[in-house]
Design a protein. Structure first.
Length: 391
């Protein structure tokens, strides 16, 4: 499965639906930080110099590493989508089209930084060293996350929209009180930006000068709700009202996402407080596998953004401006296929969960009510065995 074929696998809309789909004009937005164009050309613009210096010395080997990250993340994501369609997962939230935003920002973090994701940050999890198969346990229903957050400084996925920004802010306030020079980064989407928890996070982080970066992946659709129905100003401008900087970056440009996030994290570590980074990108696929985007999005919009594919633009640059040969791409294609096979094998071999584990660790010293509920559940489970024996 090639990168190009994976990106192109989108459902088509019938002619009748197409006429009623929401119309948007790609590109009709305020200027954003861009260091690599959709045509794969490096941008030389003095206005971006403050950010460009963070990737000025990036090597071809490091660029190939970013490309590898994006390709393998997309391959994993495509396999997870297929597994859900085959009944192996209950649900899946695809990141298709958002690889540059996640890999660029994820690779900007240090090992001692702490990351608070939502439920779509599969690329960030990859950068933090979380085994991708662990992400699937929750969506298969066999665990509540599958990894120790403290092992990778990567919090468990958060399903409640926007609440992780409060957790990140509180953690960052603690980091500041401890005198550490690490930083915190919280991920959320354009839909979550309308939540009260996010507004509270902005207030507290600003007042207490917390070392936190709010990284908003604006993929322009909160399920079926377009961004313009949620806000009258670009999202990054909201930071002004809280008293800290906001920056809009080309979310399909992995170099710009890497540079701007490094800049924001360094601000946080220096004690200069929070930053809001709005990565202006696009969700090429569905919100989740339970969603049908053909009911609310126009084909023209999706096709315009496919031309800005984050992986293809970096490949174009590697082929034209570095010594990267076809052997590298062929080896990576083989590696991505091996990853897909491993993901399938591991998911299908996952054991069923312990049905009684839900009663553990509810209270530190136990509780009579939990004991009663455990006994009731045990009797309920035993009733199925009794029916099978004909009793």
């Amino acid at each position: 499965m090639t990168v190009e074929s994976t990106a192109a696998r989108k459902p088509r809309r019938s002619a009748g639906t197409k006429r009623t789909a929401a119309k948007k004009t790609p590109g009709a937005q305020p200027e954003l930080v861009q260091l690599l164009t959709p045509e794969g050309k490096r941008v030389k613009n003095a206005k971006y110099a403050e950010y460009a210096e963070y990737v000025a010395d990036i090597t071809p080997e490091e660029l190939r590493g970013l490309y590898r990250d994006m390709v393998l993340t997309r391959r994993f994501d495509a396999e997870a989508t297929s597994l859900q369609r085959q009944g192996e997962l209950g649900l899946w939230a695809s990141l298709l089209g958002q690889e540059a935003a996640q890999i660029g920002s994820g690779r900007a973090t240090r090992e001692d930084d702490y990351v608070f994701p939502t439920y779509r940050e599969h690329g960030v999890a990859w950068c933090r060293g979380v085994d991708p198969t662990n992400l699937l346990g929750m969506f298969r229903g066999v665990n509540n996350g599958g990894w120790d957050p403290n092992s990778n400084n990567f919090h468990l996925y958060t399903i409640v929209i926007g609440s992780q920004t409060l957790h990140a802010t509180g953690y960052a306030m603690g980091v500041a009180k401890d005198g550490a020079d690490s930083a915190v980064i919280a991920y959320f989407g354009d839909g979550a930006s309308s939540q009260g928890d996010v507004a509270e996070s902005f207030t507290f982080s600003a007042v207490y000068n917390a070392p936190v970066v709010f990284f908003c992946q604006n993929n322009q659709w909160a399920i079926s709700e377009p961004t313009e129905k949620q806000t009258r100003v670009p999202l990054y401008q909201r930071a002004q009202g809280y008293g800290f900087p906001g920056v809009r970056v080309d979310g399909n440009d992995v170099l710009a996402c890497l540079a701007v996030t490094k800049w924001a994290l360094e601000r946080a570590r220096r004690g200069e407080g929070p930053t809001l980074v709005e990565a202006y990108t696009y969700r090429m696929g569905a919100h989740t596998t339970s969603d049908d985007p053909t009911k609310y999005r126009a084909d023209e919009e999706r096709e315009a953004w496919e031309a800005k594919d984050p992986i293809l633009r970096l490949r174009t640059y590697l082929e034209s401006e570095t010594d990267t040969d076809e052997g590298f791409f062929a080896e990576l294609e083989a590696e991505s296929e091996a990853l897909g096979r491993r993901v399938r094998e591991v998911v299908r071999a996952m054991p069923d969960p312990d049905h009684f584990a839900i009663f553990e660790n509810v209270y530190a010293d136990g509780h009579a009510l939990v004991d009663e509920e455990r006994a009731q559940f045990a009797a309920y489970q035993a009733s199925f065995a009794d029916e099978g024996e004909g009793k």
